[in-house]
Design a protein around this ligand. Structure first.
Ligand SMILES: *Cc1c(COP(=O)(O)O)cnc(C)c1O
Length: 365
């Protein structure tokens, strides 16, 4: 089976360094809020070209902490996309704010600026962009839209580690960028982990305080925070895997180019290609098909695993019942959810497997 993710075929050398990192933490006897976290926060901020970083327990809480660090909460609205992992929306709700869902553009499945503008109200505090599937795009436009509306621009970068727009990394265009290091993300830990990057020392230190039960000093809790700490073992593993991130992203980009060059079937639609090579890191390679379920079954019979990201748009989730949406509805998000399918695009995929997947796709009739 050609898998969507396959950690068993990762380089032995990487495994060796990861085990050394774990061993180092065991010997250090320090497991929470120690040197490994400090070093990873510094390295990740530097990699992203952000001034500061606060490690968190996961990506969802990175978003929640980021919102709380900006005092976005009850009575405030945050506009975002229904085509995302549910964590994006749950984080807004956990912060006490109100999520508002705008529609996506058909070509890229990214937020549609015109729909976002229709969602603005005097209570809107921020637009939370999701660089979905690894794509970053049109950041000048988003910066201008948010400035004009006097709302803050925020970035959910959980799928876009290392994606570049105009030479700048995802996560540095708004007040902050929130990352997840869930194992399957482009930079993944061996468990849950996340981080917030920001150019603001205030936001970073507030987030660091909030993640540690609101403690300004040890045992001095000046606000109600969370327990959302990135542990030392995960931080050490992330520091190690960070050394592989660029080459893994390059391999994902190579695979995507092969798919673009090879997939040719009128029944299978590719998303719009990225504006530049560096502006898409292919966390996922997503295609669309009117007969998606039959197509997925066809590929499964040809040894190709697929997944759907995401089968239920957020506004159709039970937990989001009654959520406010673009007054014109979210037809593009609904159509995308019915037709999208993710095909294997992980860095360990070899050229033979890429051709097998593409050939199978081309044979679907
Ligand atoms: C993975 C993901 C999240 C949530 O991250 P967790 O670490 O699982 O909490 C949020 N948003 C997007 C777009 C994601 O892909």
């Amino acid at each position: 089976m050609i898998r969507i993710n396959d950690f068993s075929t990762e380089p032995e050398e990487l495994r060796k360094y990861e085990m050394e990192a774990v061993d180092r933490v065991f010997r250090s006897g320090s497991f929470i809020l120690g040197n490994e976290l400090r070093q990873f926060e510094e390295a990740w901020a530097k990699f992203c070209g952000a001034g500061f970083c606060a490690g968190t327990a996961n990506g969802t809480e990175a978003i929640e902490l980021g919102l709380r660090a900006l005092d976005i909460g009850p009575g405030d609205e945050v506009i975002t996309t229904p085509t995302t992992a549910i964590g994006t929306i749950m984080a807004i709700a956990h912060a006490g704010a109100t999520p508002v869902l705008a529609d996506i553009e058909t070509g890229t499945a990214l937020l549609d600026p015109a729909s976002v503008e229709r969602c603005l109200t005097p209570r809107t505090k921020a637009v939370l962009l999701v660089h979905l599937y690894g794509q970053i795009r049109d950041m000048e436009r988003w910066t201008a839209l948010c400035a004009k509306a006097s709302v803050q621009l925020l970035e959910d970068c959980a799928q876009s580690h290392g994606a570049l727009w105009n030479g700048q990394h995802a996560g540095v265009f708004g007040e902050w960028g929130a990352f997840s290091f869930y194992p399957t993300k482009n930079l993944g830990a061996k468990g849950d982990a996340g981080a917030l990057v920001t150019g603001s020392e205030n936001i970073a230190s507030r987030a660091q305080r909030l993640r540690n039960c609101g403690a300004a000093e040890r045992y001095e809790h000046i606000e109600t925070g969370l327990n959302s700490r990135l542990d030392e073992i995960q931080a050490a593993i992330l520091s190690t895997r960070l050394n592989w991130l660029n080459r893994f992203n390059e391999r994902r980009q190579e695979i995507a180019q092969k798919y673009f060059a090879t997939i040719d079937n009128p029944r299978v639609e590719l998303l719009s290609p990225p504006v530049t090579e560096q502006s898409h890191v292919y966390h996922l390679f997503v295609v669309r098909c009117d007969e998606r379920d039959r197509f997925a079954q066809f590929l499964k019979e040809r040894q190709t695993e697929t997944l759907i990201h995401y089968p239920i748009p957020a506004h159709r989730q039970v937990c989001c019942k009654g959520v406010r949406c673009d007054p014109r509805g979210l037809p593009n998000a609904e159509s995308h959810a019915e037709r999208c399918l993710s095909i294997p695009c992980h860095p360990q995929l070899n050229d033979d497997d890429v051709m097998k997947v593409a050939t199978a796709i081309n044979q679907f009739a």
